[in-house]
Design a protein around this ligand. Structure first.
Ligand SMILES: NC(=O)c1ccc[n+]([C@@H]2O[C@H](COP(=O)([O-])OP(=O)(O)OC[C@H]3O[C@@H](n4cnc5c(N)ncnc54)[C@H](O)[C@@H]3O)[C@@H](O)[C@H]2O)c1
Length: 291
């Protein structure tokens, strides 16, 4: 089946990035959210990212124009789903919310539409059970920032068909992504490792092992990670990181219990880059300054 129309549900950190690569791949892409502000910010983000891409020689003027031509924003999920070949949902990592999205999509999508979720941890079998087309549901897990990170993890649920996996692989490849296929386990490959490393860094910060800057520097320069785990937490969003850990704690056990300091930061509204402050402060023109 050829893919023409893609609906991305949720215009946050991930949804806006997914909509960007989808529109760049030539798909007619509708980005949906419940917040008009988020949609406006997402469209601005697409304009700015494409301009940066032109300056760096990664994108031609014409590609940027056609990307923006392919990208639409909407507050009306039902209408977007009515003509959608592929749904990629990127609403916050809360099971009730994901359930509502799957149920609403089922009520309004044509029979052929494939439902993909960008969840970092949740079981595709569980997500599929909220639809009436379990063979057409799978996880399509992108990475942040989406336009730069080359991987998509494809996770199949109990009843996901081979055709659905192939469809998602083709969509990902058209978005210039590499894919890996992963069996269903909480947190897949990447979120499971990343949550554990990020949580440990929070424990170290809480215990006073080193400053945030030195923890990040040690991991970058000593272990050759491109980014320290605390900087990465701010990029991912500390609320997203906490939700992942809560799910992994519930499903995989004690070693994933979220660090109390992480819980405290989220309670205080320190969510990372998106709120202007997390472990680091970004209020000064997005410049990273000391806590
Ligand atoms: N942040 C990351 O680095 C990252 C990486 C991979 C996967 N994920 C996963 O992607 C998903 C989204 O995460 P995020 O970090 O982009 O979240 P986010 O909080 O940045 O954005 C979520 C967006 O969903 C919108 N939203 C909330 N309720 C909605 C609803 N009922 N209908 C439509 N939109 C709604 C919000 O307005 C917001 O714009 C989560 O499942 C997360 O686990 C996140």
């Amino acid at each position: 089946m050829t893919i023409q129309n893609v609906t991305v549900m949720g215009a946050g950190v991930m949804g806006r990035g997914i909509a960007y690569v989808s529109a760049l791949a030539g798909f007619h892409t509708t980005l949906v959210d419940i917040s008009d502000k988020q949609l406006k910010d997402a469209y601005n983000h697409a304009e700015q990212t494409s301009q940066k891409g032109i300056k760096k020689g990664k994108l031609t003027e014409q590609e940027a124009q056609s990307l923006l031509h392919n990208l639409h924003t909407s507050l009306h999920f039902e209408a977007a789903m009515a003509t959608s070949d592929l749904l990629i949902e990127a609403v916050p990592e809360m099971r009730d919310l994901k359930r509502q999205v799957m149920e609403k999509a089922e009520a309004h999508a044509p029979k052929h539409t494939i439902f993909a979720s960008n969840t970092s941890t949740i079981s595709p079998t569980e997500l599929a059970s909220y639809s009436k087309r379990p063979e057409q549901v799978a996880v399509m897990h992108f990475f942040n920032p989406v336009h730069l990170m080359p991987l998509v993890e494809i996770v199949r649920g109990l009843e996901t068909s081979d055709q659905t996996v192939e469809f998602i692989r083709q969509a990902a490849e058209q978005m210039s992504k590499e894919t890996v296929e992963v069996n269903e386990f909480p947190g897949f490959v990447t979120s499971r490792i990343s949550a554990l490393v990020g949580n440990e860094a929070f424990h170290m910060l809480q215990e006073g092992v080193a400053t945030a800057e030195d923890i990040d520097k040690a991991i970058r320069l000593g272990l050759n990670y491109p980014m320290g785990p605390l900087e990465l937490g701010d990029l991912v969003g500390l609320d997203a990181r906490l939700n992942n850990l809560r799910y992994l704690h519930e499903t995989l056990g004690e070693k994933y219990r979220p660090a109390p300091l992480l819980e405290q930061y989220v309670k205080a509204g320190r969510l990372g880059r998106k709120s202007g402050k997390g472990i680091y402060d970004y209020t000064d023109n997005d410049k990273l300054v000391k806590k």
